[in-house]
Design a protein around this ligand. Sequence first.
Ligand code: PLP
Length: 386
Amino acid sequence: MNDRLPPPRIRLAHPDVGDEEIEAVTRVLRTPVLTMGPETEAFESEVAAYHGTGHGVALANGTVALIALFDSLGIGRGDEVIVPSLTFVSTVTSLVYAGAKPVFADVDPETFCVDPAAVERLVGRHTKAILAVHYGGQPADLAELATIATENRIVLLEDAAEAHGATYRSRHIGTWGAAAMLSFTPTKNITTGEGGMILTDHEDLARRLRLVRNHGQTAPYEHSFLGCNWRITEMQAAMGRAQLAKLDAILARKRALAAELDGLVSAIDGVEAPMVRPDRDHTHMLYTVRLATDAPGRDTVAHEMALRGIETKVYFPPVHRQPLFARTPQGAAAEARLAVTNDLAGRILSLPIHSRLTSGELAEIAGALNESMRAGRAAGVVSRSL
Ligand SMILES: *Cc1c(COP(=O)(O)O)cnc(C)c1O
C-alpha cells in the first residue's frame, strides 16, 4: 500500500462559507468588542430558538463544552456515564477529563447509534448519565433513552455535535435530554472554524456554564469556583449567525444529495446505503456506507478509492480500541461486550458529502466505489473485522 496517492479530487467535506460570513466577521472587526459581546448573545439565542430550547451557551469548541457540562452537572469522580464507543474520541475523553468513568455500550447495527437495550443492561449503582451520540447526523433513539433515564433517575445528555437541526418524532434534537452539545468545527454542517454550544432548558445550568467558561467569575475579579477560559470570540459568533441562516438550505441540499447517492450506491453489489428510521430525519453530516460481510476488505476498498481521487474516512475507529483505552479495564470489557461495534469497525466507510457536490461528482463517487469493490474482489481479500 505504498503507491503514491494523488491528492483527492473529491473531498469528504467542504465548509459552505461565502460573502455573508466574510461580511459578518468584518463587521465585528470594525468594533472594539472582540469577545463576549452582542454577537455571542445573539448567536446563543438564535441557535436556541431554532432548536426550541430555552438557553444556548457558546463555548470555544464542542469538547470543552462537554467538559463544562459535566462539571456544571456535578458529574465527576466516582460517577459512571454510559456512552457508545463508535464516536469521536472526545465524546469519551471529555468525561475522563471531568474525572468520570465511561462505560461503553453497543450500537444499533443499522443506525450506528447507541442501542437502548444495551444501555439499560449497563445502568448500575454508579451511573449518573447516558450520553447519546447522534451518529453522522441521525438522532439516536431518544424516546427510549429518555424513558430509561427517567426510570433510573439518571440524566440523558445528547452529543449532538453532528446533528444541528435534526428532528426526532418532529421535535428537534437538544430538547430530549437535560442538555445537548453542538460543535462548529469545519467538517460539521455549519461551522465557526472552532466553536461549540450547550443547549438546555435549565436556567441554573445555563448560568453555571456561563460562569465555568469564564474562570468561575461571579463578580469582577471574584472567582467563586474553578473555571477556565472557554470563551468564544465575537468573530466566530458572527460567523455562526451567518451559518445558522444557511442551515436549512444546507440540510435540504444534503438530503437531496444523500437521496441521489442512496440510489447510486445501493445498486453496487455488497454496499449498503445509510439506513434512516422513519420517525426521524438524518442531517447527513456523514454519509457512511456499510460493506456486506462477504464484501472485499474495507481498507482495500478505501485505498482503491484514494487511488481514484476520492477521499473517504472511517468514522470512527471505536474509542475503546484507542491505545488510551485499550489496556484499561473499561477498554478490555468493551472489547468483549461490543459485538456490533467491533463488527462495524471493519465494515464502515464514509464517502464525501457536502453541499457543494454536484450530481456529476456523485456519479464519480459511485463509479469509483463500484470499481473499488471489483478491484477488491479481484485481489481476493475478504472483509473481516479483526
Ligand atoms: C466533532 C465532534 C466532537 C468534538 O467537537 P469539537 O468542536 O471538535 O471539539 C464531539 N463529539 C462528536 C460526536 C463529534 O462529531
